[in-house]
Ligand binder design. Structure first.
Ligand code: FES
Ligand code: ZN
Ligand code: ZN
Length: 305
């Protein structure tokens, strides 16, 4: 038998396991936006200028669309930024940039573009071959650094990123099963306040308690485009097997994503403060050592090219 919307009784389009509720189109849209707003408010978010990191994937597109709708309720101004990584295999970067432009046009949002080649002189594949790190790690490092610098220089209070609950849980499950306490200590939070003395812009992850499927459904309801091609480096990710394991856990216990994440965040707090931060002696942005990972990468690349 088809499930019915718990609000109006019409045929449901989605069942949300952790909420044990099914929704029709209209009521899912409302549920999703309420959940984003509530997640932020419950974590003490009070508004400001928000820069959404838009990759063109379903999570960040859904995030931008929801935040635009919630502008006045959350007391935020919203702009978007896309990092062009110049990954040309599968036309990945061209497609991602094109989708980002179309999404922003449809939503009436200003889009900024950080061009990796213009900023560093190199494309992501070139940076990857000059570095000893894995592609996703180079990508994450460079993106985090450039987004923060860009947002800081333009006076944004917050960077919003599209972390979904499934990815966060999978990452944390792996951390617990492989004894990586340093990853637990870095567990993503819904709100990480700004630290102006370290030139760190605040971070919000409003989708930390919504699933990938909910994000995809919301984007479809809103009729927005998303990037369907995969990043050519993504097959190299080792998270895949943990993803399968996680899916199994959710089948056994549908509420586990919410309780699991809450538990991990409590462990994180019990572990105490993350590594002490200071400013990089080269660029002046936050780091744990003397020179930040971005400056070290750039120095290595300069030596090797
Ligand atoms: Fe960063 Fe694929 S998008 S490695
Ligand atoms: Zn309904
Ligand atoms: Zn630096």
């Amino acid at each position: 038998m088809r499930r019915k919307c718990i609000v109006c009784g019409r045929d449901a389009i989605i069942y949300v396991p952790y909420a044990r509720s099914a929704f029709c189109r209209e009521h899912f849209e409302r549920y999703y936006e309420r959940r984003i707003a509530r997640t932020l408010k419950e974590h003490g978010f009070r508004g400001g200028r928000v820069l959404v990191a838009l990759s063109g994937g379903k999570d960040s597109v859904a995030l931008l669309a929801a935040l635009v709708r919630l502008r006045s309720e959350l007391n935020i101004e919203v702009e978007a930024v896309h990092v062009n990584l110049h990954i040309h295999r599968n036309q990945f970067s061209d497609v991602s940039l094109d989708v980002s432009k179309r999404v922003c046009e449809a939503l009436g949002v200003r889009l900024h573009v950080i061009d990796l080649k213009e900023t560093t002189g190199l494309t992501l594949p070139e940076l990857v071959s000059a570095s000893a790190r894995k592609p996703c790690s180079v990508c994450g490092l460079v993106r985090r650094y450039l987004l923060n610098r860009f947002a800081w220089e333009r006076g944004f209070d917050w960077i919003a990123t599209g972390h979904n609950m499934d990815d966060a849980c999978t990452f944390m499950l792996k951390a617990l099963l492989t004894e990586r306490l340093e990853d637990i200590a870095r567990a993503p939070e819904v709100v990480t306040p700004p630290r102006p003395e370290l030139r760190l812009v605040g971070r919000i992850r409003p989708q930390l308690f919504t699933t990938a499927r909910e994000n995809r459904t919301y984007v479809a309801i809103r009729g927005l485009p998303v990037v369907e091609v995969k990043c050519p480096y993504s097959e190299e990710a080792t998270l895949h097997k943990y993803m399968k394991l996680w899916e199994h856990i959710v089948r056994v216990n549908p509420v586990s994503p919410v309780t699991f994440l809450r538990t991990v965040l409590r462990i994180k707090r019990a572990l105490g403060e993350d590594a002490e931060l200071r400013t990089c002696s080269r660029c002046g942005f936050a780091t744990t050592g003397d020179v930040c990972a971005f400056c070290r990468l750039m120095e290595r690349v300069r030596r090797e090219t």
